[in-house]
Design a protein around this ligand. Sequence first.
Ligand SMILES: NC(=O)c1ccc[n+]([C@@H]2O[C@H](COP(=O)([O-])OP(=O)(O)OC[C@H]3O[C@@H](n4cnc5c(N)ncnc54)[C@H](OP(=O)(O)O)[C@@H]3O)[C@@H](O)[C@H]2O)c1
Length: 331
Amino acid sequence: MSEQKIRWGILACGRIARKFAADLQLVEGAELVAVASRSIERAREFAADFPAEHVLGSYEALVALEDIDIIYVASPHSHHYEHTLLCLNNGKAVFCEKAFAITSQQAIEMVNLARRKKLFLMEALWTRFLPHYTKVREMIDAGMIGDLKGVVANFGFLSAQGPDQRHFNPALGGGSLFDIGIYNVFLAQSIFGKPDEVIASMTPASTGVDEQCAIIFKYRNGRMASLFSSFASNLETDADIFGTQGRIRLTNRFYEPTATIQYYPDQVDSRTLVPVEKEPGWGYQHEIRHVVDCLNKGLKESPVWGLDETLALMETLDSVRESMQFFYKIP
Ligand SMILES: NC(=O)c1ccc[n+]([C@@H]2O[C@H](COP(=O)([O-])OP(=O)(O)OC[C@H]3O[C@@H](n4cnc5c(N)ncnc54)[C@H](OP(=O)(O)O)[C@@H]3O)[C@@H](O)[C@H]2O)c1
């Protein structure tokens, strides 16, 4: 087991990279050593808030560094394929933001390359590592809601972004499904497994990407999920997971560490608020600790959110887009 800190580089200095860098400071076994932007000015601005030994004006300069252990890819999902391959081809381990890619074909190539080169690769699906999500899994495994029947989840906010920005720009992988609907899909799939049937429909924004997206999952064992995402309205962004003996309700944004767990056992009038330990930070420190642990153990894949799970999620996202007849143009 290494005593040294895991040395991180950040590729792309956008919004999520800032939150990630802030939480990196909360993880004892991690340190930020390099930040890279397409523009040196942006990299310097970023490093003013999150100091790093190397402040770089290109991604190529980042992947050429000798003294980093892993690169966090925080570009738009349209570019995860290109940037992950750039890192892997230069011998660097990668922790790549969600959505991992924009097609499962891209994801397969990313995974195959990492496995061939024996480099660590993982999708940054932070919700999988949040304490409340772990608690929900424990409650389900303990039989607290009986045999599983369904998941109903919604995630929506009114996006103020313009047509050229990430939310709506098809060239940047725009659309509610990949940005926020992915959390609904993750919730249902991580509990029920891959659906046997996917039915989806969408309403397009002026740019053609899905402004709103409605999905139904059907399972041969009778389970169902109903999932809705929207850039057009502020929704509760809550979720219900239910079975033959009760229901778990996640409120106050089901995918975030702010979420609260309400437990409604059947045949009982009152609900119980299930306590979950909160700690300071945005919540990304949990996934970062896991990656640090994996690297210290010499693992090439996460035993918790592994590449096969990422590929299964990407395949379902393909099925959703197939059903709603929405396809990105891949150059
Ligand atoms: N886990 C989470 O909670 C969470 C939350 C938000 C977003 N995300 C994910 O993180 C990724 C980035 O989201 P974000 O909100 O941080 O986006 P953002 O603010 O737009 O930042 C993306 C950054 O990517 C870089 N980039 C590289 N090529 C680009 C291109 N052709 N056009 C625009 N930017 C380009 C830019 O950095 P430089 O100019 O510095 O090179 C840009 O600042 C997305 O995949 C998103 O789904 C995850």
